[in-house]
Write a protein that binds this ligand. Structure first.
Ligand SMILES: [Zn+2]
Length: 251
C-alpha cells in the first residue's frame, strides 16, 4: 500500500496536466479511479479444468502464429467483444463466446508470446462521442454489469504493447506497437484527435527483472515518450479533445 501511495504522490503531476485539457473532470476522475487498477489477469482453478483450457489455447496460439504474422486476429473469430464476469478463469474463457477487452488482451498477449514476441499490458483512455458511450453503457447494464470503465466521454481500454528489439544507440528507448485486441488492429496515435483518440496510455512493466530497469528505459509510441508504469497524457492540446467531441456535444 505504501508503494501505491508513493506512486500516487509521484504521479500527482498528471492531475495538474489533466486540468489543462478540455473535459478536465472526466479525465481527472478516470485517472483517479484507474491509478491503482492493474491490467486484467485470467486466473486458474486448482485442478485440471484450467490447465486443460490453458493448454488448448496455447496450442491453438502456437499453430495460428505462422498463419497470422500481422497479429492474432483469429481471436476475434472465436470470441465476440462484450461484458465479462470477473474474476475470470481459463476454463470459463474457453467455454465463453464473449469476452471484454481485458480478457481479449490477456488472450492476445499469450498469442503474441507464442509467436515469439515480447509483450506488456497496455491500458488506455480513449475518447468517444456521447451516443457511442451511451450504447456501451446500455449494453453493460442490460446484462447486469457495472459499466465502471466509462468516464463521461472517455472509455478505459486494455490492449497489448509489443516491444521491438532495441536498436544500437537507442539510449534506453524501446519502440512499441499497441495491438487493439477488440478490433484486431494496430492502434495509431493520432495527434489530430477524432473518434477513439487515445487520450492517455500506461504500459505496465512490473516484472522483477524490469523493476530496476524501469527507471532507465522509456517506451516510444507514435513518436511520444511513455515511461513504464505511469499514465502518460497524450492529447495535450485542448482543441484535440474539443474537436473530437463537437459532433454530439451540446455545450
Ligand atoms: Zn477452471
Amino acid at each position: 500500500m505504501n508503494r501505491a501511495i508513493a506512486s500516487l504522490a509521484e504521479n500527482r503531476g498528471i492531475f495538474k496536466e489533466a486540468r489543462s485539457i478540455g473535459r478536465p473532470d472526466d479525465l481527472s476522475r478516470a485517472l483517479c479511479a484507474l491509478e491503482l487498477t492493474p491490467p486484467s489477469v485470467i486466473l486458474s482453478h486448482r485442478g485440471p479444468c484450467c490447465l486443460t483450457a490453458y493448454s488448448w489455447f496455447s496450442a491453438v496460439a502456437r499453430g495460428a502464429a505462422a498463419l497470422h504474422p500481422e497479429g492474432p486476429s483469429w481471436i476475434n473469430d472465436i470470441w465476440q467483444w462484450g461484458p465479462t464476469h470477473w474474476p475470470l478463469h481459463w476454463c470459463e474463457v474457453a467455454a465463453a463466446d464473449v469476452a471484454d477487452c481485458g480478457a481479449l488482451a490477456c488472450l492476445a498477449a499469450l498469442a503474441f508470446r507464442a509467436a515469439g514476441e515480447s509483450v506488456l499490458p497496455a491500458q488506455l483512455l480513449e475518447l468517444y462521442d456521447e451516443s457511442t458511450i451511451a450504447n456501451w453503457r446500455a449494453m453493460w447494464q442490460q446484462d447486469g454489469h457495472n459499466p465502471q470503465w466509462l468516464f463521461g466521454c472517455l472509455a478505459y481500454h486494455e490492449a497489448v504493447a509489443v516491444v521491438r528489439r532495441p536498436k544500437p544507440g537507442s539510449n534506453g528507448r524501446l519502440d512499441i506497437r499497441i495491438w487493439d485486441p477488440t478490433n484486431s488492429r494496430w492502434l495509431e496515435w493520432r495527434a489530430n484527435g477524432g473518434y477513439g483518440t487515445s487520450v492517455a496510455v500506461k504500459v505496465c512493466d512490473e516484472s522483477p527483472q524490469h523493476s530496476r530497469l524501469a527507471r532507465l528505459h522509456r517506451f516510444v509510441w507514435g513518436g511520444r515518450l511513455v515511461s513504464p508504469n505511469r499514465w502518460a497524457i497524450l492529447a495535450e492540446r485542448r482543441d484535440v479533445l474539443q474537436t473530437a467531441l463537437q459532433p454530439t456535444t451540446k455545450e
